[in-house]
Ligand binder design. Structure first.
Ligand code: FAD
Length: 395
């Protein structure tokens, strides 16, 4: 009796380990199209791997898994968990050591093309080479986000061919493209509050680091807001995005009134300096110029020329710097996929398909996407644990 796991990312790796521990007699094999396991994990959390979150579902089981492979964990703000070394490579190494210790077979550089099911077994057709046969299989091929790590959405095709429904797919947790010119401020990072606004919807607020790119906005709070941008069915993509704007408060600690008073006082100490300098100690210089121009236009004037009403306008603008969203950065720069294999067709306790016996799912391929903070890897590990326990039952 043999089990084949298609896709050796976070879900596939944890699934294989749990399955091998649960039933040491089972023959377990991972098929992975890359030349090593867990390629995407190396890139997570900017190379530090935000491996999970203390507030994640059934965190105890996931922590137990980390402990069992000798992976030391540290926690940071908002419950984010990282490997103690703060190196994603430690995560992959610890999991891989356990895979080897358990003698789980790895078939690397091998791309699955198609899966067929006969009465008693699955036939896994490879892009190159002879087909592989299995009694039970797990599809842990990830989503469509960041295809440079091997995830081009094959799992959705496999699931669909086996009779499953796939909910609407869209890239998420991504930088957004905004109307305007941003060359002058690309690379600038600030801490502030970002609010997503859509007419008729309640505004959504995120606090944290905001980064400016050549085309718009990025950073964790922008990623989280991008999750909430929904384009209505049948709507042109750009028109859908344009319904949203993001408003930045670059000095959330103060009110407009306090900020205006502060700037008017400051004015008297720097009358001869160029106007945008009034914002210099508050914002990075490039952003000060950008924000000043947005609020008051012409920069070639002296601080002394800024009138009191203009100072109030400037304060208002810094506390509500508004960007019209015109697009998202798409699959290549997205960290996750929204949509996937419909959850109602999966037994979420065992991760087995309700439609095809012996077929299991786990990770990003299912219709789950979480916010930044370790929730997406958490979902992958936990699905892997559940499926691993169950995929070898009765073998
Ligand atoms: C840049 C970046 C940073 C991120 N940072 C974080 C973070 O810090 N914390 C967090 O929680 N989440 C993060 N994520 C999201 C997280 O990495 C994913 O949600 C998670 O890896 C999904 O795990 P998975 O096992 O489902 O899929 P993956 O880890 O994507 O693994 C799927 C595997 O299947 C293989 N595969 C696909 N198709 C085939 C095929 N036809 N044949 C054989 N093999 C195939 C792929 O090569 C891949 O190795 C980040 C994502 C990106 C892109």
């Amino acid at each position: 009796m043999n089990v084949v796991i298609i896709g050796g990312g976070a879900a596939g790796i944890s699934l294989a380990i749990e399955a091998a521990r649960e039933n040491p007699q089972a023959k377990i094999e991972i098929i992975e199209k890359n030349n090593s396991l867990g390629k995407k994990i190396f890139a997570t959390g900017n190379g530090k791997c935000n491996i999970s979150n203390i507030n994640g579902e059934d965190i105890a089981s996931v922590l137990l898994l980390f402990e069992s492979i000798g992976l030391m964990i540290r926690d940071e703000d908002e419950g984010r968990l990282y490997p103690y070394s703060e190196q994603a490579s430690s995560v992959v190494e610890a999991f891989e050591r356990e895979i080897d210790r358990l003698r789980i077979k790895k078939r690397l550089n091998t791309e699955v093309e198609r899966i067929e099911k006969s009465k008693n077994e699955f036939k896994i057709i490879l892009k190159r080479g002879d087909p592989v046969f299995a009694d039970r299989i797990a599809v842990t091929t990830g989503g469509k986000a960041a295809p440079q790590f091997g995830t081009s959405g094959d799992g959705y095709r496999f699931a669909k061919n086996l009779g499953h429904s796939i909910t609407k797919l869209a890239p998420t947790l991504m930088p957004v493209i905004c109307e305007g010119e941003f060359d002058g401020i690309k690379g600038v990072r600030v801490k502030g509050i970002a609010t997503l606004i859509k007419k008729g919807n309640s505004p959504v607020i995120e606090k944290g680091e905001i980064q400016f790119t050549d085309q718009g906005l990025s950073g964790i709070c922008i990623f989280n807001l991008s999750r909430l941008i929904k384009i209505e069915e049948g709507m042109k993509l750009e028109d859908g995005f344009r319904e949203y704007s993001i408003v930045l408060d670059l000095v959330p600690e103060t009110s407009v009134q306090m900020l205006t008073d502060y700037l008017l006082q400051k004015k008297n100490k720097m009358l001869d300096e160029m106007a945008p300098a009034i914002l210099h100690s508050m914002l990075p210089k490039k952003l000060a110029g950008f924000a000043y121009e947005r609020a008051l236009g012409r920069k070639e004037r002296k601080v002394s020329e800024i009138t009191a009403p203009e100072m109030e306008k400037l304060s208002k603008s810094i506390k509500a710097l508004t960007f019209t969203v015109t697009g998202g950065k798409g699959w290549k720069e997205a960290q996750c996929t929204s949509g996937g294999v419909a959850l109602e067709e999966i037994n979420m306790n065992t991760m087995e398909s309700k439609l095809v016996k012996g077929l299991f799912f786990g990770g990003e391929v299912i219709d789950y996407d979480g916010p930044c903070g370790g929730y997406n890897l958490q979902n992958a590990w936990l699905n892997g644990i559940k499926a691993g326990h169950n995929i070898v039952k009765g073998i």
